[in-house]
Design a protein around this ligand. Structure first.
Ligand SMILES: Cc1ncc(C[n+]2csc(CCOP(=O)(O)OP(=O)(O)O)c2C)c(N)n1
Ligand SMILES: [Mg+2]
Length: 374
């Protein structure tokens, strides 16, 4: 019996607006209007200013750590625009600030989160988004679960979840992909392949040539796109969301992009990244190509650019002021909302602000409970 091929597949790559600002008009048909392009450019510019200020807040000791979104923003804005605000769900990682803001999250919440203030994680209900996720991969399971719940309730919501290339090496990623596909849950799995997982390059992280091909194993439609191209990020997300809404189940999007900054403010990428590589990606910056496109079409002037930059500074200064001036949280807050009734050891910890888990008995250590108030 001769052998036969039982499965074969191709992965498509989609780019619509190239590095020079030239548009593939055929592919762009029915995607972004001029007005939307300008709007997304403004969103990216504001977000980049947000990154700058967050970086300075960390360097001046007013924030714990911060992961810059710089260079990757075309993903958040394109996908954010393709999802319906307040209706669809966003289950983010930590490099999608612009999408969260576009869907109504007050900007200072992100600063509060990175300042270690839990109020930054109390997402206003109408935003339909979960808090940013630091444990890599865990939130994709939440996305699959939320989407399944929407399906069971007969709601036409779509759930988009964002994650990095490194996250696709986690077991949780595979469980979420399998579950969503088997249940035909309305999920858009959006991978921001920024080439690095901290200091681990993609080719050391995985042995597959593309990230997109991982979805083939789960019988899921999959595509690779230029993640620095707002037309491609918008179109791919819109099409995937449209399919999910019609009952077509999940789609996988691999968006090829690059983080122009360090992994976080706790990192120094110069120690492991070649400057030539960074320079090459710098020229693919989404901001540069959108500006070229807008200028070619007569949609943008130097005056508009100056006004936009000034506005972005004003907005972000106001946001930082809000985060810095908010009434300080009470340290005991981090014991609240965990249990209906705190177990004795945690009661003791709350009282003494010391942990017994490292073998310190507060009384032995000479710490006493505060005298009761009269
Ligand atoms: C479960 C888990 N393991 C390890 C870490 C430490 N960690 C933080 S970010 C990161 C790399 C993530 O890379 P990627 O998914 O590509 O996202 P990127 O930061 O590049 O956007 C790792 C390993 C973590 N946060 N959670
Ligand atoms: Mg990465």
């Amino acid at each position: 019996m001769p052998k036969k091929v039982v499965y074969s597949a191709n992965i498509e790559h989609m780019q619509i607006l190239d590095e020079d600002g030239t548009l593939d008009t055929k592919l762009a048909k029915g995607t972004l209007t001029d007005e939307q392009v300008v709007y997304l450019y403004e969103q990216i510019t504001t977000c980049r200013q947000f990154d700058e200020i967050a970086f300075k807040l960390q360097r001046s000791g007013r924030m714990g750590t911060y992961p810059q979104n710089k260079g990757q923003e075309a993903n958040a804005v394109g996908a954010g625009l393709a999802l319906r605000k307040g209706h669809d769900w966003i289950v983010p990682c930590y490099r999608e600030n612009a999408a969260l803001f576009m869907h109504g999250l007050p900007m200072h919440y992100i600063l509060l989160h990175w300042m270690g203030d839990e109020r930054g994680n109390q997402i206003p209900e109408q935003c339909n988004q979960t808090p940013i996720a630091i444990p890599i991969g865990t939130h994709m399971l939440h996305a699959a679960g939320i989407a399944w719940a929407c399906k069971l309730r007969g709601e036409d919501r779509v759930v988009a979840t964002f994650f990095g290339d490194g996250a696709t090496s986690e077991g949780d990623f595979h469980a979420a992909m399998n579950f969503a596909s088997v249940m035909q849950a309305p999920v858009v799995f959006y991978c921001q392949n920024n080439q690095w997982a901290i200091s681990t390059p993609r080719e050391v992280q995985m042995n597959s040539e593309t990230v997109a091909q991982k979805a083939l194993a789960y019988g899921m439609p999959t595509i690779q796109i230029d993640g620095n191209d707002i037309f491609a990020t918008y179109k791919a997300t819109r099409d995937a969301a449209g399919l999910a809404r019609k009952g077509g189940g999940p789609t996988f999007i691999e968006a090829v992009t690059y983080r122009l900054g360090d992994h976080t403010t706790a990192d120094d990428a110069r120690r492991y990244r070649d400057q030539g590589e960074v320079d090459a990606w710098q020229s693919k910056d989404p901001l540069i190509r959108i500006r070229k496109y807008m200028e070619n079409k007569g949609l943008w002037s130097d005056k508009q650019q100056t006004e936009l930059e000034e506005r972005a500074v004003r907005i972000v200064d106001e946001v930082a002021k809000t985060a810095l001036e908010i009434e300080k949280p009470v340290p005991a807050d981090f014991f609240n909302d965990m249990y209906a009734e705190l177990p004795t050891d945690l009661l003791r910890q709350r009282e003494t602000m010391r942990t017994t888990s490292i073998g310190i008995d507060p009384e032995q250590a000479g710490l006493r409970s505060q005298p009761q108030q009269a």
